[in-house]
Design a protein around this ligand. Structure first.
Ligand code: PLP
Length: 475
């Protein structure tokens, strides 16, 4: 497909006003000497161009999107409408508190809801994403020990963890100590005991973990860590499995981040914006970034005075539009948040049971909101997990997350979410079984997939080593 610059044919639009603005006050060194090289096309051709582009894209409105660890659920469109209300979009974050009571009330009430959902005592809405929340949480933990006069250097992270966990802890200056998983896909307690010493600041855990398995020994782990004077960090990026059933506080965690753009209905996958609120227990409350939104019984206000605050991690109060959507979603769902988790878990277990004969299921345990298959059997026919992923694209299905978590060979991490019907799940099962059959009968077809997408196989090594991101118009 041609770019809009290549399609440009010099057609001029009409201007509704005379272009006679006096710009002589501008310093001439900032003015162009030539016309900006903007594409020129008729309105109809512009519309066709962008429609054609959007048709090449895959999105949740087009088909099933079982991207494990990413919770690609359907996000009600009414949330967009609410986030676009003029009363919100015309606000400036520098306005005085008394002039934006509505926005502050919304943030305060969202804070209260998320505190209830996580069981925690205090929260910041400021971080812009999950990884940013992790960094914020680890900065809080670091400062907490600094103020206590303890110089703890280590953070323990299970080998199944999301890659952002070690990255965030490392960025805060911690040394990463990995802990192995046992045969049930859970943290190996004996291995944990061996590495636990007075230098350990915290453990970062995901529960259910990235295999989609609930850590049964989480209470024992939290006791071990707390007895050691250490803290527990909960990666709550995927909260979809537990909402209303349990929470990180009950499991003994001290700090948790949530991904509003996964669990709480903000579309993602296009690169944002997102929000990664961080909630903490009482003793860490004064370490949160400022401002936090508070209520004095009469007015809502931004509080910049927290004794040990780590400072600001993002401008103002964070990505406000995302907060509006999350709050609308939570209000709309009410007690049905619990039902969402129930259905997310049911859907994942349904798919797991339907697929576990055709594909290897390395940890055959009841799963939570997601599960991980291995493509090892198909690999014996020469068909890799990458080939399976590419073949799914020919079937109008987004591939699952592949090659993660790292502890499973040829991993395929599947998360259907609660927003899919049984019919849609059955379609996916049918497609996956067809691919498993083809791996035996016609592996070449899978190895050269995709055949029907606008972009076929790309040279991934070349793309990574020599990215060519600039478009140059041939004159
Ligand atoms: C998505 C995810 C993250 C990172 O969140 P971002 O918003 O992408 O930074 C961290 N941990 C887990 C388990 C995740 O699934």
């Amino acid at each position: 497909m041609k770019t809009i610059f290549e399609k440009s044919n010099g057609i001029d639009g009409i201007s509704l006003c005379d272009n006679t603005d006096d710009i002589s006050f501008l310093n001439s060194k900032f003015l162009r000497s030539e016309k900006a090289a903007l594409p020129q096309l008729s309105e109809l051709e512009v519309l066709r161009h962008y429609k054609e582009l959007s048709d090449m894209n895959f999105c949740i409105e087009k088909g099933f999107y079982p991207l494990g660890s990413c919770t690609m659920k359907y996000n009600p469109k009414v949330n967009e409408l609410l986030a676009n209300l003029e009363g919100f979009t015309n606000l400036h974050p520098d306005m005085a508190d008394e002039d934006c009571q509505g926005a502050l009330e919304l943030m305060y009430k969202l804070q209260e809801s998320l505190k209830k959902i996580t069981g925690m005592d205090a929260i910041t809405l400021q971080p812009a994403a999950g990884a940013h929340g992790e960094l914020t949480g680890m900065m809080v933990i670091k400062k907490y020990f600094e103020v206590k006069g303890e110089n703890r250097k280590k953070v323990i992270i299970p080998d199944s963890a999301h890659g952002t966990n070690p990255a965030s802890a490392h960025l805060c200056g911690f040394d990463i100590i990995p802990v192995a998983s046992n045969e049930k896909g859970q943290v190996d307690i004996d291995a944990l005991k061996l590495i636990l010493d007075e230098d350990v600041a915290a453990i970062m855990m995901t529960n259910p973990n990235t295999l989609g398995i609930f850590e049964e020994n989480v209470l024992e782990i939290s006791k071990l860590l707390h007895d050691n004077g250490s803290l527990l960090y909960y990666d709550g990026a995927n909260f979809n499995a537990i909402m209303g059933y349990t929470n990180p506080k009950l499991m003994g965690f001290d700090v948790v981040h949530l991904n509003l753009h996964k669990t709480f209905a903000t579309p993602h996958g296009g690169g944002g914006p997102g929000a990664g609120p961080v909630a903490v227990v009482e003793k860490l409350k004064d370490y949160l970034p400022v401002p936090v939104v508070e209520f004095d019984g009469d007015k809502y206000y931004r509080n910049y005075n927290l004794e040990h605050s780590i400072g600001q991690v993002k401008s103002f109060c964070g990505n406000f539009g995302v907060l509006v959507k999350a709050y609308a979603y939570i209000l709309m769902m009410g007690n049905n948040l619990k039902k969402a988790s129930e259905n997310a878990v049911l859907n994942a277990n349904y798919l797991k049971e339907k697929l576990k004969n055709a594909y290897l299921l390395p940890y055959d345990e009841p799963c939570m909101h997601e599960f991980v298959l291995s493509g090892d059997r198909q690999k014996e026919c020469g068909v890799s997990t990458l080939n399976i992923a590419k073949s799914l694209m020919d079937e109008n299905t987004h591939p699952p997350t592949v090659y993660f978590p790292l502890i499973v060979h040829e991993a395929m991490m599947i998360e259907p979410t609660e927003s899919e019907t049984k019919e849609r799940l059955d379609d996916f099962v049918e497609v996956m079984l067809k691919i498993a059959d083809e791996a035996k009968l016609n592996p070449e077809k899978l190895m050269s997939a995709p055949h029907t997408t606008p972009v076929k196989r790309i040279d991934e090594t070349l793309a990574a080593r020599k990215p060519d991101l600039k478009f140059k118009l041939e004159k």
